[in-house]
Design a protein around this ligand. Structure first.
Ligand code: DOR
Ligand code: ZN
Ligand code: ZN
Length: 411
């Protein structure tokens, strides 16, 4: 089929290094088919799926089972992370052999109980990943501190959405970022900080970089396009770990993007059921919400407003992610690369409609936003997979594996 591309821009398909597609075990929230259809509709042609599932992907056996389970259901190309838990450094090499893109380490509590708050265990996991030549991505929040603050707020009887933000002050992130960056340098591990959310956290990263520490930094669409006024409008729907922050933090992250200090933008697409998203008690509510389908329209709107350029979008959401995780063939439109591309109309004016999205549960804080710029068509390895609201064809996505650089510790 041919698509009339008059007046449209051609961009490389986006590479979203941070999604939770919920298989195995949490398919009431999302599954590989629905989540990758949403990706295709959002111009995202490669997704990297997180391991905090039920059970978590923390052994080579579980990794193999997950590959078997999801491989025939993907509508876009996908990579799978393994998890570093408190006691699985012996499993890291086996997961790497099966094509693990890298490893996720949760320093603090979030969906699932996968945290690794023990420094010795963290260090052993970092060493094992370094030996396998793969990137470790960290959820950097100090578990002990966030538990203590949470307990105090509960003791005061607080159950409102803002209590979540108050329970995770910036230094909870700053402390964890400092600790993990210095440990990763010591262990020779390639480190990526997922969803850095505060001005103070970014300042600390820059100070550590100035001392010679090497690390890549991701910010989320949610931390760029929402500030703490969202708690009053959306309640616990916008509960997120780390939390949506005050406007001063949001401005600092955008400044970080303008200065080139932020390497990567991702979605943290973290679906829950519509019922779960309506939970009024903040301590019972889950963190996270969908986002893979709305990333590019929101960024194109920011580009139309002059906040960043379309070239920035391509660098932050396609080129740098593929480069950082050594995913060959992705992230650029150059001979020798896969023909993953997206046609966008940079001037189309629309209103974001949650009902038109492709996830299992389409609850989004961006419903009703005015957008300038929309995804017209998405191509995966030369095949049209999405056009104007419709998914075209069946699940043709393949696993992407990183090119491993054993013994290199450089960013
Ligand atoms: O809010 C969050 N939700 N933060 C995470 O780190 C995990 C995610 C999830 O899996 O729901
Ligand atoms: Zn996280
Ligand atoms: Zn996440």
């Amino acid at each position: 089929p041919t698509v009339d591309a008059t007046g449209l821009l051609v961009l490389p398909g986006l590479v979203d290094m941070h999604v939770h597609l919920r298989e195995p075990g949490m398919t009431e929230k999302e599954d590989f088919a629905s989540g990758t259809r949403a990706a295709a509709a959002g111009g995202v042609t490669t997704v990297a799926d997180m391991p905090n599932t039920s059970p978590p992907v923390a052994t080579a056996e579980r990794y193999r089972q997950k590959l078997d389970l999801v491989s025939s259901k993907a509508y876009v190309d996908f990579g799978l992370y393994g998890m570093i838990d408190h006691d699985n450094d012996g499993e890291i090499a086996g997961m790497a052999e099966l094509g693990a893109l890298g490893f996720k380490l949760f320093m603090g509590q979030t969906t699932g109980d996968n945290r690794c708050p023990n420094d010795a265990a963290i260090f052993r996991g970092l060493e094992a990943a370094a030996a396998a030549g793969l990137v470790v991505g960290v959820h950097a929040e100090n578990d002990h501190l966030l538990r203590m603050f949470g307990d105090r707020l509960r003791a005061c009887g607080r159950t409102d959405p803002r209590a979540h933000l108050e329970g995770r002050p910036a230094f909870v992130e700053v402390e964890a970022v400092t600790r993990i960056i210095t440990m990763a340098t010591e262990s020779g591990t390639k480190l990526h900080i997922h969803h850095l959310s505060t001005a103070a956290g970014l300042r600390r990263v820059m100070a550590l970089r100035a001392e010679g520490h090497q690390v890549s930094v991701e910010t989320l669409i949610a931390h760029l396009f929402l500030d703490d006024s969202a708690y009053d409008i959306h309640g616990n729907l916008v509960k997120l770990n780390p939390p949506i922050r005050p406007a001063a933090d949001v401005a600092a992250l955008w400044n970080g993007i303008a200065r080139g200090d932020v390497d990567i933008i991702a979605t943290d697409h973290a679906p829950h059921t519509a019922e779960e998203q309506g939970e009024p008690d903040v301590w019972k509510a889950y963190g996270g919400f969908i986002g893979v389908e709305t990333m590019l329209p929101l960024l194109l709107t920011a580009a139309a407003e002059g906040t960043l350029t379309v070239e920035d979008i391509v660098r932050l959401c396609a080129y740098r992610p593929a480069q950082r995780w050594s995913i060959s063939g992705k992230g650029q439109l150059t001979p020798g690369y896969d023909a993953d591309f997206v046609l966008v109309d940079p001037t189309a004016q629309t209103t974001l409609d949650a009902a038109a999205l492709h996830s299992k549960h389409n609850v989004t804080p961006y419903h009703g936003r005015s957008l300038t710029g929309s995804v017209v068509a998405t191509y995966l390895r030369g095949q049209l997979v999405y056009e104007k609201g419709e998914i075209i064809g069946g699940p043709g996505g393949r696993q992407v594996r990183p090119v491993r650089e054993i013994s290199s510790a450089a960013v």
